[in-house]
Design a protein around this ligand. Structure first.
Ligand code: CP
Ligand code: NVA
Length: 297
């Protein structure tokens, strides 16, 4: 089973992976031998801290092995992607890849004989959102009926939050500056199963939110637009004034954060900030994702 967008998984699939992640987190030793002799290939076209390390540690702790492959030090770029993936999938049991265009992760899945996991594309970041849902579930002991407000750029994280929240019965309100809205098709999909509201003013989105989430204004691959983006996002920093409009909401960020830009120090360092719990949960969630994709649990 692949994990490419999160829309490729049913609510039941997501719910079972979150339950499994909680069980594994509670008793990691019980899962030490579940992936003995299994290998994960991790292909990176972009940099990473959390995704790389949590997947690598997850494989070690499940008794398997992970190979880190930087596209610059392989022949992924020299040969055709299809040929390279066909070869890689004969050596390993599962592939995780971080790519630029989403079409690349689709091409990898098409060529591969083994399950493929999207470790972030320009459109989606499903592993992140599974860890985020796990974190929210832990804090509230439920997901259904909660309200999450996303403030900032309607990017890969925002698109996947829309899908993940909608599938799990979480109301989601998104505030972006004009021109930075999330993908239209994704919004339509999310609207089918949950309450979704889009705003161009952060104050309106965060009203009554249980969780406020933000991400960078300049995603990987958008560096040449940095100056324009920083200018367009002026006034969009999630700060204490904005958090005061919520009902004592938790603050979330997938990290890396740009302090003083999308979030103030005061908010990210506040007692309501759960960013490091989110980051830790990447490890527990990756284990459940690997077991699910390999159809072991
Ligand atoms: N949140 C996240 O995916 O972090 P990295 O880019 O460091 O992997
Ligand atoms: N939106 C960010 C997420 C990083 C984890 C990016 O794509 O760079």
């Amino acid at each position: 089973m692949n994990l490419l967008t999160l829309d490729d998984w049913s609510s039941k699939d997501i719910g079972s992976v979150l339950d499994l992640a909680q069980v594994i987190k509670k008793d990691p030793k019980k899962y030490y031998d579940t992936l003995t002799n299994k290998t994960l290939a991790m292909l990176f076209w972009k940099t990473s801290t959390r995704t790389r390390i949590s997947f690598e540690s997850a494989m070690t702790q499940l008794g398997g092995h992970a190979q880190y492959l930087d596209w610059r030090t392989t022949n992924l770029a020299l040969g055709s992607l299809k040929d390279e993936i066909k070869c890689i999938s004969r050596y390993v049991d599962v592939i995780m890849a971080r790519v630029y265009g989403h079409a690349d992760i689709e091409a990898i899945a098409e060529a591969s004989n083994v399950p493929v996991i999207n470790g972030l594309s320009d459109m989606f970041h499903p592993c992140q959102i599974l860890a985020d849902l796990l974190t929210v579930k832990e804090k509230f002991n439920r997901l259904k009926g909660l309200k999450l407000a996303y403030v900032g750029d309607g990017n890969n994280v925002c698109n996947t939050l829309l899908i993940g929240c909608a599938k799990m019965g979480v109301e989601i309100s998104v505030a972006t500056p004009k021109g930075y809205e999330p993908n239209k098709k994704v919004v339509e999909i999310a609207k089918k199963t949950s309450k979704v509201s889009l705003f161009n003013k952060p104050e309106e989105a965060v009203k009554n939110a249980d969780v406020v989430y933000t991400d960078t204004w300049v995603s990987m691959g958008q560096e040449s637009d940095k100056e324009k983006r920083i200018n367009d996002f002026k006034g969009w920093t999630v700060d204490s004034r904005m958090m005061k409009l919520t009902k004592n909401a938790y603050f979330m960020h997938c990290l890396p954060a740009h302090r003083g830009y999308e979030v103030s120090d005061e908010v990210i360092d506040s007692k309501n900030s759960i960013v490091y719990d989110q980051a830790e949960n990447r490890l527990h969630a990756q284990k459940a994702i690997l077991l699910k994709c390999l159809e072991i649990a």
